[in-house]
Design a protein around this ligand. Structure first.
Ligand code: IPE
Ligand code: IPE
Ligand code: MG
Length: 258
């Protein structure tokens, strides 16, 4: 229970750091939580210990985003390619997701977090699917931060699924193919109705997208840090947000100062 988000007394909120402009915070932050294995290896520990510690980093990041006024956090927890890992590691991760969800659901409810799981959930263990469905329903009416956990998520699979759903509607005569536009395509994605991420953070220094949110990241600002995910903390998040606030987003337009 000591590691749980739930506490009987209201927890201390993190004040917004002085250097951050609350009016220019990203509405939606996405994060590729990478480097758990390397974190463990550097300590002579089994890789899975990095995943366990990674959960603490995720809880920390969710609280900080919520307290600082970020509207949505989307975290990449398990990709469609992560099934290629050794069976033991995959099994550990599935069991970890179950344990964490069970342990944290009350705290998430209390803190008004609205949790969703994005991805193809059917291949997940049945117990995990039940916990996911329960957490989704129990937090659906919450008005706090939106927390998307990408689980068995792949950007390409999501795009193919959207195309298939539109094609099925067209084949049924419910949709004129000529009327398909970006809005109607986006409405078939797992993120339907949500704003695109403004900022993508990737930890552990890798400079790639790894099949994450291929559509939604079209205009996200990218922040890559060498920090390994289990070490990700307030200082690392602040660096990412300050980096974001120093960017000039042009969306294909021109810099008015030039
Ligand atoms: C990210 O850490 C967690 C998942 C992909 C589930 P990794 O397990 O990829 O850690 P590294 O990249 O091997 O260090
Ligand atoms: C991306 O990390 C997936 C998650 C963080 C869940 P990986 O470690 O799987 O990505 P690659 O293999 O280095 O591209
Ligand atoms: Mg990795």
């Amino acid at each position: 229970m000591s590691r749980a988000l739930a506490t009987s007394t209201p927890r201390q909120q993190h004040p917004l750091p002085a250097g951050l402009d609350p009016a220019r915070l990203p509405s939606h932050v996405a994060v590729i939580m990478d480097g758990n294995g390397r974190w463990a290896r550097r300590r002579g520990l089994p890789r899975v210990m990095g995943h366990r510690e990674g959960v603490e980093a995720l809880k920390r990041t969710l609280r900080l985003c919520s307290d600082w006024g970020v509207g949505a956090l989307t975290a990449y927890a398990f990709s469609t390619e992560n099934w290629n890992r050794p069976g033991e590691e995959v099994n550990f991760l599935m069991a970890l997701f179950e344990r964490v969800l069970e342990r944290e659901i009350e705290g998430l409810e209390r803190e008004q977090v609205r949790i969703s799981f994005l991805g193809d959930l059917e291949p997940l263990p049945h117990r995990l699917q039940h916990l996911i469905a329960d957490a989704t329903v129990r937090t659906a009416g919450n008005g706090g931060i939106r927390f998307n956990v990408c689980t068995n998520y792949g950007g390409r699979a999501e795009l193919v699924r959207a195309a298939r759903r539109l094609a099925e509607r067209a084949a049924r005569g419910e949709l004129d193919p000529a009327s398909i536009d970006e809005g109607c395509f986006a409405a078939e994605l797992h993120t339907a109705g949500q704003l695109d991420p403004d900022l993508l953070i990737r930890t552990s220094g890798e400079q790639r997208i790894s099949n994450f949110l291929l559509w939604q990241l079209a205009y996200a600002e990218l922040h890559i840090t060498e920090v390994l995910w289990p070490d990700f903390n307030a200082e690392a998040l602040l660096s990412a947000l300050l980096d974001y606030q120093n960017r000039q987003r042009r969306f294909g337009g021109v810099d008015p100062a030039c």
